[in-house]
Design a protein around this ligand. Structure first.
Ligand code: PMP
Length: 376
């Protein structure tokens, strides 16, 4: 009755946990959501939607938005032309398009372990196999690239989901060198870059490539609003034409109203203003979670204080069934994300992902206290 790939379609653990986390009274560290009070509200009082947006539009995206995105990419160190930009209905769509571009049954993808769970789900649906190679405390090592064969590498070098880790400049350079030497294409997923609490993030890893092909993607979900469903990819000139054709085949083009709003928001400086507005709040919440973890869990878990992004990744010292722990948490009105589904090959240390952007500081302190109680 169904295509073969439907057998690989698993129920989404995230959707289930997020649904449970919505219940009143639950402190949720589970999702990656902005707090209600820091959700973006565009100032569009004097603005009128241009009348052409109600018509079908170009698959590549609106010309003015592509120019604005290319200019921002240049400012972060990625030299590109607007013709290399493809506007997406959320960067999750970029993962789907890249899967269609590169993944056949059995295709090997080199990735970090752990990595973004919803990317694993998409790649798996297309029949991918995952290789993780040698990793260090931050992520992939050059040896992982040199010693493995894969069609491409999927990397989240900046404030990774789930670990929060960020590759430094020298690491980006040596990884780029290894990728060039191997001729291995790279897909860099970069939605968290602007949520940097301790100084600006280093330029994208793909900006250091000399010959390897690449796709880079970003999102307006974490800086503006996930409900806009707007992201973008920027691709090596050889890849932008097939990716645009795949986009056209998928949905013709991204929502023009969202594109017009975001173009206006970028032009008028509201994106930078909003990021400047939310950063102090997110930084304070990050610090509060670090303090609460240090007070209650230092003897039971270890973590790296993230310099950006939305998550702490907690390594539990004792081997634990984190799915059972999640269930026990829900019974006490606490939602945490178990680490297991973030491991490409299903195995890894006992870990939990904790989001700090959605809760208040009071909820963060209370939630960590409850978690410590559960672990005890
Ligand atoms: N990539 C990563 C690493 C993410 O964490 C997310 C959001 N959770 C996405 C892509 C997709 O984000 P969006 O579709 O909202 O742009």
């Amino acid at each position: 009755m169904f295509a073969n790939r439907i057998e690989r379609l698993k129920p989404s653990l995230v959707r289930e946990i997020l649904a449970a986390a919505q219940a009143p009274g639950v402190i949720s560290f589970a999702g990656g959501l902005p707090a209600a009070e820091t959700l973006f509200q565009p100032q569009l009082d004097q603005w009128q939607a241009p009348s052409h947006i109600w018509q079908y539009g170009p698959s590549e995206g609106e010309a003015d938005l592509r120019e604005l995105v290319a200019a921002r990419a240049k400012a972060m160190g990625l030299d590109c032309r607007p013709e290399q930009v493809l506007i997406l209905n959320g960067s999750q769509q970029g993962i789907d398009l890249v899967a269609k571009l590169w993944v056949d049954e059995g295709t090997r993808i080199l990735c970090e372990s752990p990595t973004y769970l919803a990317a694993l789900q998409v790649f798996e649906l297309f029949g991918a196999q995952f290789i993780t190679g040698e990793q260090d405390a931050i992520g992939l090592t050059p040896a992982a690239i040199a010693e493995n064969e894969a069609r491409f590498a999927y990397l989240i070098p900046t404030f990774q989901n789930p670990t929060g880790a960020c590759y430094g400049l020298p690491q980006r350079q040596v990884l780029a060198e290894a990728l060039d030497a191997k001729g291995m294409p790279v897909f860099e997923d970069d939605p968290y870059r602007d949520l940097a609490f301790d100084g600006v993030a280093p330029a994208p890893l793909v900006s250091h490539l000399k010959s390897a092909r690449w796709v880079y993607q970003g999102s307006f979900s974490k800086t503006l609003a996930p409900g806009l469903r707007l992201g973008y990819l920027i691709a090596h000139p050889d890849l932008i034409v097939p990716l645009t054709r795949l986009k056209q085949a998928a949905d013709l083009h991204s929502n023009r109203l969202s594109q017009a709003i975001v173009a206006e928001v970028l032009r008028s400086g509201q994106l930078d203003e909003h990021v400047a507005h939310i950063l102090p709040s997110y930084r304070a919440k990050r610090d509060a979670m670090h303090a609460a973890l240090s007070q209650h869990l230092a003897d039971r878990a270890s973590w790296i204080k993230p310099a950006g992004g939305l998550f702490f990744w907690l390594h539990l010292h004792r081997q634990q069934d984190t799915l059972a722990l999640m269930q026990q948490g829900l019974a006490q009105n606490l939602a945490v994300m178990p680490g297991v589904p973030f491991y490409p090959n299903g195995k890894g240390a006992s870990a939990l992902r904790l989001n700090f952007s959605h809760s208040s500081i009071g909820q963060i302190e209370e939630g960590v206290r409850r978690l410590a109680g559960l672990l005890r």
